[in-house]
Design a protein around this ligand. Structure first.
Ligand SMILES: Nc1ncnc2c1ncn2[C@@H]1O[C@H](COP(=O)(O)OP(=O)(O)OP(=O)(O)O)[C@@H](O)[C@H]1O
Length: 301
């Protein structure tokens, strides 16, 4: 089993009378990409700041590659990309990254790194002329530079166009591929659904879910949608399997995760009467709504 390179155990923090972190335990392993989700004010930034050693926790423990937050070892092992990363506008991308490499004491292939993040055409341009997406890419080049054990990325794709977002996630994949444990705080559910290994959801300072998409689906028990396209007679299919006719040719029905296989067997028993079958599991958006929203009175969790 791989060791957890980031280990947060029962972290609790109060700000005045408000509990902003409540018994939060979360681990990230080398090469793992974990999404940290939650409504505004749920405590994501506070947790990241605590890992960076910028704000102390009241009780519990945080361990980064075996070291305490804020210690020299932890700081060397951690890279952080804030939501709106800023650099010296008068420096070029190459100069800025060379400066970081010197500060880091690392021998770096600066031009190669800038090429990796798609900035090879802009390496000798002043950062003041960069777009937001270019600055984010430069920020990720800085993260890649240190080969960190842990990378904390706060809304890394906010304000970027769709292609830049995809590029950024490709770079994040490279980062994880080199063994970095990546924690991504985000509100972009569709992106993290496709590009992370595990989803952690915070609600009012508590970690209310921490699992793979499949695990979250199972726990939430939200229905799976089956859409059956009839070869000729949709009414006959609806009569046999139930569900609703949604157009001339298809029938749609929802089933629980436990009933899925039984339903599929009933559908395949219909043989050539079925032309096609689509299975749609709950989307992260539905799962997020399920876990991040406050339970209503009478709900059983
Ligand atoms: N410096 C501060 N002083 C007092 N309270 C703060 C401070 N920073 C954050 N808080 C409070 O701590 C709680 C958690 O805030 P935090 O910024 O961690 O949430 P978040 O999940 O990162 O939200 P967002 O998605 O809006 O960035 C909120 O109630 C917030 O008002």
């Amino acid at each position: 089993m791989t060791a957890d390179v980031l280990k947060i155990s029962n972290a609790t923090k109060d700000r005045g009378k408000a509990r902003v972190l409540s018994d939060v335990s979360l681990t990230v392993q080398p090469g793992e990409r974990v999404a940290l989700l939650g409504h505004n004010g749920a405590g994501k930034s506070t947790l990241i700041k605590a890992v960076l050693g910028l704000t102390p926790i009241g009780s519990g423990a945080i361990c980064i590659d075996g070291a305490a937050p804020g210690s020299t070892k932890a700081r060397r092992a951690t890279a952080y990309l804030p939501e709106a990363v800023s650099f010296h506008p008068a420096l070029t991308g190459r100069e800025q990254l060379t400066l970081f490499a010197k500060l880091d004491g690392a021998k770096a292939d600066v031009a190669g790194l800038l090429d990796r993040v798609g900035l090879s055409d802009a390496l000798d341009r002043r950062i003041g002329t960069y777009s937001k997406g270019m600055r984010q890419r430069l920020g990720l080049a800085q993260v890649l530079l240190g080969k960190p054990a842990v990378a904390l990325l706060d809304e890394p794709t906010s304000g970027l166009d769709p292609i830049s977002r995809q590029d950024l996630y490709a770079i994040i994949d490279q980062l994880a591929g080199q063994g970095t444990a990546v924690l991504i705080a985000s509100h972009a559910l569709t992106e993290v659904e496709a590009r992370t290994d595990r989803i952690a959801i915070m609600r009012k300072g508590e970690l209310v879910a921490d699992d793979t998409l499949t695990g979250l689906s199972r726990r939430a028990g939200l229905p799976i949608r089956l859409r059956v396209r009839a070869a000729t007679d949709a009414d006959a299919i609806a009569a046999q399997i139930g569900g609703q006719r949604i157009n001339g040719a298809s029938v749609e029905l929802n089933c629980s995760p436990e009933d899925k296989m039984a339903q599929l067997r009933r559908i395949t028993d219909l043989g050539a009467a079925v032309a096609d079958l689509e299975i749609t599991p709950p989307k992260l958006e539905d799962l997020y709504r399920h876990f991040a929203q406050e339970p209503k009175e009478g709900d059983v969790s």
